[in-house]
Design a binder for this molecule. Structure first.
Ligand code: TYD
Length: 214
């Protein structure tokens, strides 16, 4: 099956929302269906962006200012868009990214209470106006997220260690983004089992690419 244009899909949610598991399920089905796709994660995806990722997530970098953090996320994304996303879309690939600019609006804008209008301007500058065709936002309560994250504390990075209040503000930010972008952002109830969530995701995905793929 060949699409006549590329498709850019992003996955969003607070830490512990289960989006990574959903990405695994979706990409397994895309492989089975022999669809041409590219899976990316943010921050990261290019050599430069992965180097920036290490600085951003290093637990030792406790002195990082909110402004530095914001600009590093934007820098990692600018490189990813120019080097990987734009060329892949031009080749009619389905590009799926684990996080994109809504993460910056939700975490740095609403979570850290930085200027959301400025962040949206910066997002647009970093991506040269590129917007996802579709965004799946996996919504869960902070309580469920924290329960799920409990098992992972050893592995948590600098941003995972943020407080519960930060997570509440970030989630509220995502809900606001979804409300403001009803055509682009699909809210998926992620409180359910991974199988139930995936059934929902797959159905919506198939509608978008107008294809039943497995
Ligand atoms: P990662 O290990 O990729 O977490 P996850 O599996 O939850 O995506 O770490 C990314 C962390 O960085 C995560 O806590 C969200 C945060 N983040 C921001 O704060 N702003 C951003 O723009 C992005 C892309 C991520």
């Amino acid at each position: 099956m060949v699409l006549n244009r590329g498709l850019f899909i992003t996955f969003e949610g607070i830490d512990g929302s289960g989006k990574t598991r959903q990405l695994e399920l979706l990409t397994a089905d895309l492989k089975k269906a022999d669809l041409k796709f590219l899976l990316l994660r943010e921050p990261g995806g290019t050599s430069i962006s992965e180097q920036i990722r290490r600085i951003l997530l290093d637990r030792k970098n406790t002195e990082m200012s909110a402004e530095t953090e914001l600009l590093l996320f934007a820098a990692a994304r600018a490189q990813l868009v120019k080097q990987i996303v734009e060329p892949a879309l031009a080749e009619k690939t389905i590009v799926i990214s684990d996080r994109f600019y809504d993460s910056t609006t939700a975490y740095q804008g609403y979570g850290r209470e930085m200027n959301v209008d400025f962040i949206q301007y910066l997002n647009d500058f970093a991506t040269q106006g590129l917007q996802p065709d579709l965004t799946f936002y996996f919504d869960i309560s902070v309580k469920t997220a924290l329960d799920r994250l409990k098992d992972r504390t050893e592995k948590s990075d600098r941003i995972d260690l943020e407080s519960q209040i930060f997570m509440e503000k970030t989630r509220a930010g995502y809900l606001r983004i979804a409300e403001q972008n009803p055509d682009r952002v699909r809210v998926i109830d992620a409180e359910r089992t991974p199988e139930e969530v995936y059934k929902d995701l797959k159905l919506q995905f198939e509608q978008v690419i107008s294809l039943e793929f497995v």
